[in-house]
Write a protein that binds this ligand. Sequence first.
Ligand code: DON
Length: 308
Amino acid sequence: MSPAAEAVTDALRELHTRFAGLRDGRLADYIPQLARTEPDAFGLALISMDGHRYSAGDAGTPFTMQSVSKPFVYALALSVLGLDEVCRWVSAEPSGEAYNAISLEPDTGRPDNAMVNAGAIITTALIPDTPDTPRFERILDCLSRFAGRRLDVDEQVYASEAATGDRNRALAYLIRSTGPLPVDPVAAVETYFRQCAVRVTALDLAAMAATLANGGVNPLTGDAVVPEPVAAQVLAVMATCGMYDASGEWLLRVGLPAKSGVSGGLIAAGPARFGLATYSPRLDPGGTSVRGRAALGALSERLGLHLM
Ligand code: DON
């Protein structure tokens, strides 16, 4: 093993041990099925640009993507429609608000960015829906190519969110009332719920983040999933908006584009270097994994990963 590989292996193991005892935070329970998760699962994974996979703990445990899906569906929308057309519908400014806030620009009615729920719902709605390739199939295919294997949907989590997701439905109706939503609000939100329920592991998420870091080319499969400029655009929005109203402090302290999800997944990308992911389902009040945040912060410090 090279000294660099040894340093990464040691760091992941050491951080897994250091933070295993951290039991702060609460499971997401507004999606009832997520409250049934094993609370103490903890996995870390890193994939380098040459396709080396490093992991510690529960890096093979399945969980649903939730908001970690948002940057990848944004990448698909940018690939299909281009930056200018996507920006006509969704802005790219930090909202300074929670993920489920009514973050719509007062003058245009556009959602502030594609990382908050309002922006993610409209991003999903922008993905073309054709008889040959229904919208969700196109999304699942793209997410699978980012991961480098065929992903599937956790139907129980999907059904649980569909049964309780009125706030997101309300957001979709509000977006339609302030500016045209390209599809029926109910259809847009149902597809968004399915994308949130796509099942992954920390190793899958590390591959997905590594694909963004590698200019859109999956380092495990060699598949060019999205064009290089799109990967850079997505990383830019992750850097400014991926951690919601904690994005500024995250960039200050950790210094990497990142995205969190309420099932406990968290990704970060080091452009041209690596994709990182953690899984630990206890969350802080902003909906970010407590251990994930602590572990990625410590890893950035230990390996000098801060981009600035
Ligand atoms: O729309 C929701 O509320 C969930 N499906 C996803 C929210 C989420 O993951 C927020 N991120 N930390």
